[in-house]
Design a binder for this molecule. Structure first.
Ligand code: COA
Length: 172
């Protein structure tokens, strides 16, 4: 378990799988995922079974002070040679705007840099997702590129911004 100021990050359990599916399919969260397809119960379970045998990804459930599950955060595409990983974060819409996002991501960054000995963390975020970009910049991520019109949804193409932070920048 990883302890932040407002949240803890804990291991993904069997009982969380349905929660993950609900979050994945929630219209207010789905628009921030890089996939348009709703996830079925069977599909989510298959994902979980594959996840259990995948050493390239770590999912943490985020819990608040009341031990309520407020969202999840992920380290994936773990690359031990180049010491880097891709990261992501999704909060239940009812739990946004309470400072959980920043605390959870900071805890994930500490885990990545202090425990996994990563050198670089990066992420992809839609250019229209100003709230997330603002939070990532506050945490020290820098914009390093833009994939122009790389994703089509709701009748239009969207740009995707790539952001990253290096270990040295985090330690500053
Ligand atoms: C993005 C997300 C993780 C942020 O977590 P959160 O706990 O809700 O964050 P907060 O609402 O506390 O906001 C973080 C900062 O962004 C600011 N902010 C809020 N809405 C904003 C907006 N529309 N535009 C710019 N900044 C905004 C807040 O003021 C806060 O900054 P501050 O600390 O300087 O006041 C969360 O809202 C979420 O899960 N969103 C949906 C999924 C998503 O977008 N995930 C990222 C995919 S890459």
């Amino acid at each position: 378990m990883i302890r932040g100021e407002k949240v803890i990050l804990r291991a993904l359990e069997d009982r969380d799988v349905e929660h993950l599916r609900i979050w994945r399919n929630h219209p207010d969260l789905m628009k921030y995922h890089f996939s348009d397809l709703p996830v079925s119960e069977a599909g989510q379970r298959r994902w979980y079974e594959n996840y259990a045998g995948d050493s390239g990804a770590i999912v943490f459930i985020i819990e608040n002070e009341d031990q309520t599950q407020v969202g999840y955060t992920i380290l994936k595409n773990l690359d031990y040679k180049n010491r880097q990983a891709e990261v992501g974060l999704y909060l239940d819409p009812a739990q946004q705007g309470k400072g959980y996002g920043k605390d959870a991501f900071l805890s994930l960054m500490q885990f990545g840099f202090y425990e996994l000995n990563l050198h670089r963390m990066f992420l992809k975020v839609f250019a229209f997702n100003e709230r997330a970009i603002h939070m990532y910049e506050q945490l020290g991520f820098k914009k390093e590129g833009r994939m122009r019109e790389a994703f089509f949804s709701q009748c239009q193409f969207h740009d995707i911004v790539i952001m990253s932070i290096l270990e040295s920048e985090f330690l500053e």
